[in-house]
Design a protein around this ligand. Sequence first.
Ligand SMILES: [Zn+2]
Length: 305
Amino acid sequence: MRIAFTMDDLPVYPHLALPEGYTPASVADSIIAGLHRHKVEGVYAFANSWPLDVDPQTATVFDAWISAGHPIGNHTHSHPLLNDVSGDAFIADITAADELLKPWLDRAPQKLFRHPLNLWGNTEAKRSAVNAHIARLGYTPADVTSFFFEWEWDRAWRWLMQTGKTTEAEALKSEFVDFCIVQLAYDQKCCREVFGHDVTGIALGHFVAFLAEVVDPLMGRLRREGIEIVPLAEALADPAYERVGSLVTSSFQVYQQKLSAAAGKELASVAPSSKDLMKRVFALAEPLRPARRGQLVQNKRGPNP
Ligand SMILES: [Zn+2]
């Protein structure tokens, strides 16, 4: 199996402030170190520029990512959700990130854009206006074929730590690594059904504390399983990825799921054999989940809470 590994929300996941003892810089450094240890190179981090407004020092996190040999892509300025805002507001947000992130975007081999929560537009007017704007600025949109739901695992892990269940919290780390392998195989199978051939998958991680903790064992396990990790450009060369942003949808789903749903067949988000495990993880995550999906904490806490 071949995958490209990508990251979203550099320098800081906007939906839950980092726990004590972690900073955007420390999380990025841990992830850089884990990738380096397993020779995983050229990992695109799709970045938001809002933290530069709150603290100009954030630039050092972008610099560190680039210095480690990883490119940066545009993930909008303030992480608006296209379901909730006008096309014009979303477009202005893309342009703001394009300008503020220019020093780093210019160093990427390819200008890539990722929609926040992979939302392509819940009306035709928004979808087509945003697509046209992305193209006008020279971006190729890059979607995702594998969610690891590490933002949910992060909440579950933190809740267990907060409630003194440290053994159970620690156990989540190896359960997560096992889950990722099962999920990758499931997503690959779904892609084969939807596209008619094996595609190079695009997996996603976020800059949350839990991923900083598990990135080293996760990358080691991917290597041991013989999963080949390739640059994102290699994955995107497959015409299967030409349908990013091709249909109106309000769903927070991976790429093949959105296409399959539009063709009349809903695919489960989670591998059937992991259903019970993920039920437990989602339940543990519940107390730390924002009241509304995609709710932002950024303006209250800033990037260095
Ligand atoms: Zn995001």
